[in-house]
Design a protein around this ligand. Structure first.
Ligand SMILES: *Cc1c(COP(=O)(O)O)cnc(C)c1O
Length: 550
């Protein structure tokens, strides 16, 4: 007589991959995945979204409870697939939304296998050879950015935010030694540009430094830190007896792909150490979560241009390389493979130039008695996380292997070519104005104006002159309306999904400048997609004009 629970366990065994080879069951597993993919595939159309755009129903979600009995696997996957309805297809040529890439098949599989065998990267003991993937991916990345892979260390973590967290935490220990043990007893500043990602703010808060300790240096019109201003702000801090936990250089800002002058920031840091005879070096962290990928061009021969990029693209790529090749001057840096490396979330790498500095944040072996009994690789001694997924490093490694330098160069070159084509078009029309005009990356921020605005002079005036406040605000509203119309069309499969940023930057008199944003990250984008953007803007302009006339 089997008890009811035994019958349930018996059935549920079918829902697990079999521990011992069982071809029939393997087929069932593979088929379950296939059926799931098939269901998703049936949600595809010409539109850049899966299924139909529906409003999320949170009331329904809150009413859900756990059922008494198990459900068949097929029913479960069906319900999971339903959640993809309305999801953007980032890889669609009509999707130019944000810095979200479509993941490659290699990286999806890289993320999937650890999900099946569940290595725990806290240590070699629980991840065996899979732990090697973290070292492999880190070493490849280190060599790309110009670190010595034998002296540096790499830690995968839970996002670009966490890479900044690591950088600032190590810097804090340098600026105020002993705080890891005794806690914070005096303040320390974190210096970054005003266009740095809000991760810097998050980290200052979470580390107990406080938002107030974040020092935001003004940027120039290219969204780059004004290093001479940074120097006088740092000097004031040091004169006042403050310590600096970290200086963060943003190597590719989120909205506009502004790239700070890392070399100038590095030289400034060294000058200040000498000038104030500091007993520590303020830690220099490069937030390169977006820009790192351009380091594949460090050793590209732009003169002979073997990949055959067109002139405007060569100029743009070489322009970014000019700054990105100094990444190795940073004491640490952050890399997001899930941004410009085409992997699924989350695949973020914190690289530390001098591996011995990890000791600053290490826990003692005695504090973790049940871990690290054997083997030599125990990242859990330093990592914030205990259980650590291998999906990030395996997905990163997958793409590094898949692409090779020429693969990533070609992809980035293609995206930049598309963005350059868009910028060229937008610049040639009187009703549109590119805000990050000198920019060399894959993102374009622009504003659309109604008839009768002189876009040769007005954008500059509304950015600088407080007299223009009313017009600026009206144009902000106008761009929001254009965005809504373009968005509505795109969700119906016409035009292109772009995005809107509420504050591309502030005017000189403190008002936010709203901008439309095209972020091209789809390898499937073609010049046609650029045409779509313009067509849908003209249509939206006409609609707004008709509405205000009527
Ligand atoms: C996206 C981004 C971050 C945050 O990274 P997550 O991976 O989203 O946590 C930090 N800095 C910059 C410049 C970014 O664009």
């Amino acid at each position: 007589m089997t008890a009811p629970y035994q019958k349930i366990v018996q059935d549920l065994r079918q829902a697990f991959p079999q521990p011992v080879s069982d071809r029939v069951h393997d087929a069932y597993f593979a088929f379950s995945v296939l059926r799931t993919l098939d269901q998703v595939d049936s949600m595809k159309s010409a539109a850049p979204v899966l299924g139909t755009p529906t409003e999320p129903n949170y009331d329904f979600a809150r009413s859900q409870r756990m059922a008494d009995d198990p459900q068949p696997l097929e029913q479960v996957t069906r319900q999971l697939v339903d959640h993809l309805s309305g999801m953007f297809i980032w890889g669609h040529p009509r999707a130019q939304i944000n810095v979200v890439p479509p993941p490659t098949i290699a990286s999806i599989i890289g993320g999937l296998i650890p999900s099946i065998y569940n290595p725990n990267l806290v240590s070699e003991e629980s991840s065996r050879q899979v732990a090697v993937s973290e070292v492999e991916a880190s070493s490849i990345a280190a060599a790309l950015v110009g670190y010595d892979p034998l002296c540096s260390a790499g830690i995968f973590t839970f996002g670009g935010t966490a890479t900044t967290l690591y950088g600032v935490r190590i810097g804090l220990e340098k600026a105020l030694p002993g705080t890891m043990q005794h806690g914070l007893r005096s303040p320390a500043a974190v210096v970054c540009s005003e266009r740095a990602h809000y991760a810097a703010r998050t980290v200052s808060g979470w580390l107990g430094l406080g938002y107030d300790q974040l020092v935001q240096v003004p940027t120039d019109i290219k969204n780059e830190m004004q290093v001479c201003v940074a120097e006088s702000m740092c000097r004031d801090l040091l004169k006042g007896g403050n310590r600096i936990a970290a200086i963060i250089a943003t190597m590719g800002t989120t909205d506009a792909f502004g790239v700070d002058d890392l070399q100038a920031i590095h030289d400034m840091r060294n000058r200040l150490v000498d000038e104030f005879s500091l007993d520590y070096k303020p830690h220099l962290h490069a937030d390169a979560v977006i820009g790192w990928a351009w380091s594949v061009f460090n050793d590209y021969d732009f003169e002979s241009n073997p990949l055959g990029f067109r002139g405007r693209t060569v100029r743009a790529l070489a322009g970014v390389r000019r700054k990105m090749r100094h990444l190795n001057l940073a004491d640490s840096l952050g890399i997001d493979f899930h941004k410009t490396g085409f992997t699924p979330y989350t695949s973020s790498l914190f690289l530390l130039k001098d591996a011995t500095e990890l000791q600053l944040i290490a826990r003692s072996a005695e504090s973790m008695p049940y871990l690290f009994q054997s083997g030599e690789y125990h990242p859990g001694q330093y990592t914030l996380e205990t259980s650590r997924s291998a999906s990030g490093p395996m997905a990163a490694l997958a793409n590094l292997l898949l692409f090779g330098k020429n693969g990533l160069r070609s992809l980035l070159g293609h995206l930049v070519t598309m963005a350059e084509a868009l910028r060229e078009q937008l610049e040639s029309h009187a009703a549109t104005h590119v805000l990050n005009g000198g920019n060399l990356g894959p993102v374009t921020l622009f504003r659309v104006y109604p008839d009768g605005v002189d876009t040769f002079t007005f954008p500059e005036r509304e950015r600088t002159l407080a007299d223009c406040r009313a017009q600026l605000l009206a144009h902000n509203e106008y761009n929001r309306r254009i965005f809504e119309i373009v968005q509505g069309e795109a969700l119906q499969g016409r035009g292109v999904v772009i995005s809107l940023t509420d504050c591309y930057r502030e005017t000189d008199y403190g008002e936010p400048i709203v901008a439309l944003k095209s972020y091209i990250l789809s390898p499937f984008a073609e010049e046609q997609a650029v045409e779509y953007v313009l067509e849908s803007i003209w249509q939206a302009r006409a609609e707004v004009a008709a509405a205000s006339a009527g």
